[in-house]
Each structure stands twice: as structure tokens, then as C-alpha cells.
Write a protein that binds this ligand. Structure first.
Ligand SMILES: Nc1nc2c(ncn2[C@@H]2O[C@H](COP(=O)(O)OP(=O)(O)OP(=O)(O)O)[C@@H](O)[C@H]2O)c(=O)[nH]1
Ligand SMILES: [Mg+2]
Length: 432
């Protein structure tokens, strides 16, 4: 695992605000997420980027010796390598070389669970490979025979592979269209059940799935792995005062998430794009919590969501159980300093600490834009009743003994109110 950084100011080569050490830590975590056995993890100071080999000549040679001595099968460079740089490094080190995009693709590939997720990753993978399918991969084939993870095409294979890749891409795109259509149908049918959608987003490993499980008591794969969750998971959930919501767990974000992947997962992240409320889960015990939050804000921005839209985004500061007394007091003070409508929820998804208060906060946010109406329907108005069940969140239904009418209490987004009032003469009481 090689993390290059600039010699001058130790700044990373990419656009992230982390220290090289933190990036190395994260790289090792990423490797562990796909069961790679890390034999060497090191920072590589870099005076300037070489177009041919990315790293300087001396470094390349020095590392070649290490690769040989340690019997390294795979070298990871924490940067975006051009196809040429990747090829030249493979040649110099006589081993497979991957960059950040390739590693993230690999992880995504292993974690995808639904058909759609798998297809999205394969598509991103093929598009990435297409640009890298160059003749010189063959030097590896001849020397090593190629194996599994390191597999590359042989010389005569390249043209065939290029064509096959093209065909496969077309086939995937077609299937994806189908899958997406089915999913949007599902969403449409859910729209008729007008529960607000609350989406959990956050940096990978922040604790989204753990929180999701705690809130829904579901058993969703939560592990100390980066990118444990790749496909969105939806569950219905009743809040303390009876408001029903749909909670959505989503894929974790990461710094410099390849843009092709953001595009690929746009569809999967539709739940987020359309969510009524977004819970941004942050690991506040992590040294890089601020940089992680900035990365999440960036990805949200790419999805067209303004991270500063406090009406729509609520920060959840998770893992408070890991803070020592001093840090916890400091964090609490920071929370207090925020204006009411921007105040993060402090929780431990693991211990459940703060989760009840979070649920109250979520309910307050959700009901804020929604209005409760009690409507009086004629007993024979079955159609009207059915309409309400389809288009509004029915929270209570009783009979009026005096008039024989049916009293239905519904909660609807304020935009819907006019339609409801037009359809039903409101004879009951109004309340907010
Ligand atoms: N100490 C502590 N650990 C937590 C807390 N919440 C989550 N964790 C741990 O953090 C790790 C990651 O949790 P997940 O819930 O899988 O994280 P995630 O955000 O869903 O991660 P991805 O799906 O990979 O993006 C697991 O080992 C959890 O047990 C918490 O409040 N306190
Ligand atoms: Mg998860």
C-alpha cells in the first residue's frame, strides 16, 4: 500500500484534506475490506509527478526491490494513475498495480448485493478497464501466467476483449434500464403510501447500518469493514408519536469517490435524492471527522443536494461512546453552540445513547412541513376513504356516534392540503 504525498508540504496528491498518515490508515482499511493481506504499507514522498511512472525513478527502483523481497502480488498506489503510469509501474515492479479507483471498484464489486448494484459496479468496472486495455499488459501474462485478481488479457486476446467489453457494456446498460424501470415502479407504488422517506448518508464506516439496525431492529450487515453496505435498504418505521416513515440505509461515501461511480450509483442513491429528510451520520470519534464530513458534502453536492440545507439535512454525531470525558464535553459544548435548527443529534448507535432524542428530533422535522386534518366522511363514501388511504398518511379513524360519519385523521404535506380541502369539506376540527 503506497500513499504518495508531496515532499514540499506533505499535502496529498489528490484533493483531500487529510494527513498522509490518515490516508495510509484508510488505504489499509480498504485493503482489509476485501481480505487483502497487507505486507508493506508506506508513505512515498513525491517531489513531482512523473508523466511516465508517476513516482520518481529512484523511488520506483527502491520499491521494486521491496516488491521482490516481500513477494508482493499487488501494489496499490493511493492516487489516480493514468493507464500509461500503471503499465510502466507494472513493468518496473513485475507485479499488478492498481490505483484508488480500481481498489474502490473492487470493493464495490464484492459488496454489491442486488442485481442493480452488481450491474452498476460491473458497468463502472468495464468502462474503467476499457481505457486500460493496452497491449503491454501482456508482459505480465508472459512472465506470470496471470491469476485471478491480477488477471489481464493476453496479446491476441486484446482485440477480442475490447469487442467483448463493448458488447457486455451494451448488454448491461440494457438490463440496467429494465431494473431501473422496475424500481421506479416500486417507488411509484410506495408514493401512494405517502410515508416520508428518511435517508441515512455518511462516510463509510460512520455507523449508518448500526443506527439503521437500532432504529428498525433489523439485522442489516453491519461490520467494521469499509463499504459494508452497497445497496440501499428500506424499512418502514413508526416514530414515538406515531408518524410513520421509511428509513433508508445507503452506501457509504469516501474521499475522491471516482466520479464514474458517483454517476453509477446515482440511481441507487435516488432514495437520498428524493428523501424528505437526510440524516448525515458522522463518526465524531474519528480524527478525520471534519474531512469526512466535507467529503460527504461534496458527494451530496454531486447528487444535487445542498449540504448546508439544514431544513433537509440533520447531522447525527455518532460513536460518542468512544469519546473520553474531555472530548465529550467539548463535543457537547459544540452542539450547544449551534442554532436550534442546525443542532446535531449526539448518539451512540452501538449503546443506544441519544437515540430516543434523535427519533424525537426526526419526528419534529418530519411533521413540521406536514399538517394534520380530521375529515368527516359520509359512511357510504367508501371511495373517498380509499382515496385517503392511497394519498395521505391516515393516523386515526373513528366513527362519530351522533352523525354516523367516519372521522379520519390524516397527515399530509402542506402542498397536498389544498387538494384534500377541495375534495373533502372539512367538518371536523383542524389542528397542526
Ligand atoms: N463504538 C461504537 N462503534 C460503533 C458505533 N456505531 C457503529 N459502530 C461500529 O462501527 C463499525 C461500522 O459500522 P457500520 O454500521 O457498518 O457503518 P456504515 O456507516 O454502515 O458503513 P458502510 O456501510 O461500510 O458505509 C462497526 O464495527 C460498528 O459496530 C457507535 O456508536 N459506537
Ligand atoms: Mg452500512
Amino acid at each position: 500500500m503506497l500513499v504518495p504525498h508531496r515532499t514540499r508540504d506533505r499535502s496529498p496528491v489528490g484533493a483531500s484534506a487529510r494527513t498522509p498518515e490518515a490516508r495510509l490508515d484508510e488505504a489499509v482499511g480498504l485493503a482489509a475490506a476485501i481480505d487483502l493481506n497487507v505486507v508493506v504499507a508506506t508513505l512515498v514522498p513525491l517531489a513531482e509527478i512523473r508523466p511516465a511512472t508517476f513516482l520518481g525513478k529512484g523511488k520506483v527502483e527502491e520499491l521494486a526491490a521491496i516488491v521482490e523481497a516481500e513477494g508482493v502480488d499487488l501494489a496499490y498506489v493511493d492516487a489516480a494513475l493514468s493507464p500509461v503510469q500503471q503499465r510502466n509501474l507494472e513493468r518496473a515492479w513485475k507485479t499488478k498495480v492498481i490505483d484508488r479507483t480500481a481498489l474502490i471498484l473492487e470493493i464495490f464489486g464484492r459488496r454489491a448485493r442486488t442485481r442493480e448494484g452488481t450491474l452498476q459496479v460491473e458497468l463502472a468496472h468495464l468502462n474503467y478497464q476499457k481505457s486500460r486495455l493496452v497491449r503491454s499488459w501482456t508482459h505480465l501474462e508472459r512472465q506470470r501466467g496471470g491469476f485471478g485478481f491480477l488477471g489481464g488479457p493476453g496479446e491476441t486476446q486484446i482485440e477480442t476483449d475490447r469487442r467483448l467489453i463493448g458488447e457486455r457494456i451494451t448488454a448491461i446498460e440494457r438490463e440496467l434500464e429494465q431494473v431501473t424501470r422496475t424500481r421506479s415502479l416500486h417507488r411509484k407504488s410506495r408514493e401512494r403510501v405517502p410515508f416520508p422517506v428518511v435517508a441515512l448518508v455518511g462516510y463509510t464506516n460512520a455507523g449508518k447500518s448500526t443506527l439503521f439496525n437500532r432504529l428498525t431492529r433489523a439485522e442489516v450487515f453491519a461490520e467494521n469493514l469499509l463499504f459494508a453496505t452497497l445497496d440501499p435498504t428500506l424499512r418502514a418505521l413508526a416514530l414515538p408519536h406515531g408518524t410513520r416513515i421509511i428509513l433508508s440505509d445507503t452506501v457509504g461515501f469516501i474521499s475522491e469517490l471516482p466520479t464514474t461511480l458517483v454517476a453509477a450509483f446515482r440511481a441507487t442513491l435516488e432514495e437520498v435524492i428524493e428523501a424528505d429528510l437526510i440524516l448525515h451520520v458522522r463518526d465524531v470519534a474519528h480524527l478525520d471527522t471534519a474531512a469526512q464530513a466535507a467529503d460527504v458534502a461534496k458527494v451530496l453536492g454531486e447528487l444535487g443536494i445542498d449540504a448546508d440545507d439544514h431544513a433537509r439535512i440533520l447531522e447525527v454525531w455518532n460513536k460518542v461512546d468512544l469519546l473520553d470525558e474531555g472530548a465529550r464535553a467539548q463535543t457537547e459544548a459544540e452542539v450547544e453552540r449551534r442554532p436550534d435548527d442546525q443542532r446535531p443529534a449526539l448518539v451512540s448507535a452501538l449503546s443506544g445513547d441519544g437515540v430516543d432524542a434523535l427519533l424525537d428530533q426526526v419526528e419534529a422535522r418530519i411533521t413540521a412541513g406536514r399538517i394534520t386534518r380530521t375529515l368527516a366522511l359520509a359512511p357510504e363514501d367508501g371511495e373517498g376513504l380509499a382515496w385517503l388511504y392511497r394519498h395521505a398518511d391516515v393516523i386515526a379513524r373513528t366513527g362519530d356516534e351522533n352523525t354516523g360519519r367516519i372521522l379520519v385523521t390524516v397527515r399530509v404535506p402542506s402542498e397536498r392540503l389544498e387538494e384534500i380541502d377541495r375534495r373533502y369539506r372539512v367538518e371536523g376540527f383542524h389542528h397542526k
